[in-house]
Design a protein around this ligand. Structure first.
Ligand code: CS2
Ligand code: MG
Length: 405
């Protein structure tokens, strides 16, 4: 079997997605997701100009060798653009291998370690009451874990809230240039513990709760927040602080028992090596699309397991359904799976372009048994939704200093 052609598609059924289709001389094909939110066209150029020509006529079954060729074989290793490009090819090759074997990808990884994939939903709100009412709706739907984000009084456009947008899937559209949002650490710190206190008073301690700090705090500020939240038993605090310097997490860890999760912007195991070995985190949140594919994620999971770190892949709507399906296969297998972020199955527009094998029931994601990843990309529908340049917001402190979004 040989790789005959590789197509790269960009479509915007609500938001932009970069999709790779690896086609073999025997007609079998595989799909991969290469979406990097706000930098989509850089991945397209990387793939079309520098990856695709090197892979034509190679044996698609040699997944490991092709991965090494694209990673180790290239002088310029790592980084989000490179690793998303490699990830998409890798996903597509696992998809092909599964289709040829007549087996779902999780079977190739080692089979199921569980029946259902525990998912956490997003309860967002513009006020504390709205966030807490939404939490109640998630509990009614059977969710076992829910993330709480709320607009901070006195601050416009806080991360995780919708503002005037009705639909999280369309959060990114119509933003040709990055919007700016203000940030105040003190306003945030004064508010968030109260949100979790009221959540526990209203709904008790059975529901698992998560909160995403989105890297807005320094390590010592995160340590303080972690301590304030201890009475409310969080499942984890996500992106409590940026970890460009992995040692910073020692500071947080030394002060609080609130569990910590990080990794959605990590590209390789090297971004997390110290965090794992020093056991300063509890969950690794790298996505298959941004972490270089299924091949390295399997290795990362096995490595993390030795240090009691569980896998909780990023599940934001800017990853395509191909990545969400790949996560489901990975999560069914990974012995140290923790929880899957889950934002629902998207709009009718999204589902007209991508079809997927996932369903949700009583707090768990289920995967229909289909060979490979079980996803389809409708090329004709994709053409109807042209790429739209759009960006994530940029954050500034109230005095104008640029801050992490
Ligand atoms: C996030 C994302 O889902 C999450 O936890 O932090 O919403 C993230 O901001 C986006 O994926 C960025 O592209
Ligand atoms: Mg996050």
């Amino acid at each position: 079997m040989k790789i005959e052609q590789i197509k790269v598609f960009v479509s915007c059924p609500g938001r932009n997605f970069v999709t790779v289709k690896v086609i073999t001389d025997e007609g079998v094909y595989g799909l991969g997701d290469a979406t990097v939110n706000g930098r989509e066209m850089a991945v397209v150029a990387y793939l079309e100009e520098h990856v695709v020509p090197c892979l034509i006529n190679r044996d698609p079954h040699q997944i490991e060798d092709i991965w090494q060729y694209l990673y180790k074989g290239v002088y310029w290793r790592r980084g989000p653009i490179t690793m998303a490009a490699i990830a998409a090819i890798d996903m597509a090759l696992w998809d092909i291998k599964g289709k040829v074997a007549g087996l779902p990808v999780y079977q190739l990884l080692g089979g199921k370690s569980r029946e259902g994939i525990t998912a956490y939903g997003h309860a967002n709100g513009e006020t504390m009451t709205e966030t807490l009412d939404n939490l109640g709706k998630f509990i009614e739907q059977g969710f076992k874990a829910v993330r709480l984000q709320c607009a901070i009084p006195g601050l416009g456009g806080t991360y995780g809230t919708l503002g005037d947008k009705k639909d999280y899937f369309e959060l990114q559209s119509d933003r040709p240039l990055p919007p700016e949002q203000p940030w105040s650490t003190s306003k945030y710190m004064n508010f968030i513990p109260e949100l979790f206190k009221q959540a526990r008073e209203r709904y008790g301690y059975e529901i698992q709760l998560v909160h995403d700090v989105h890297s807005r705090l320094t390590p010592i500020e995160s340590a303080h927040l972690g301590k304030l939240l201890e009475p409310f038993n969080l499942m984890f605090l996500e992106d409590a602080s940026a970890a460009d310097n992995q040692d910073g997490y020692q500071i947080i860890r030394n002060h609080t028992t609130t569990p910590l999760a990080i990794g959605e912007i990590f590209n390789t195991v090297w971004d997390a090596k110290d965090l794992i070995v020093n056991q300063t985190i509890d969950y690794l949140r790298t996505a298959i699309t941004h972490g270089g594919g299924i091949t390295p994620m399997k290795k990362m999971a096995d490595f993390a397991a030795m240090y009691n770190v569980r896998m909780a892949p990023h599940g934001a709507p800017d990853l395509s359904p191909i990545c969400h399906a790949a996560h489901a296969h990975f999560n069914l297998w990974a012995p140290n799976f923790g929880v899957q972020e889950f934002i629902g199955f998207g709009t009718a527009k999204l589902n007209s372009v991508f079809s997927h094998p996932l369903s949700f029931d009583n707090g768990y994601i289920h995967l229909e048994d289909k060979p490979g990843l079980g996803v389809e990309y409708n090329e004709e529908e994709g053409l109807k939704h042209a790429y739209k340049r759009s960006y994530l917001p940029v954050t500034r402190l109230e005095d104008g200093t640029l801050w992490y979004w």
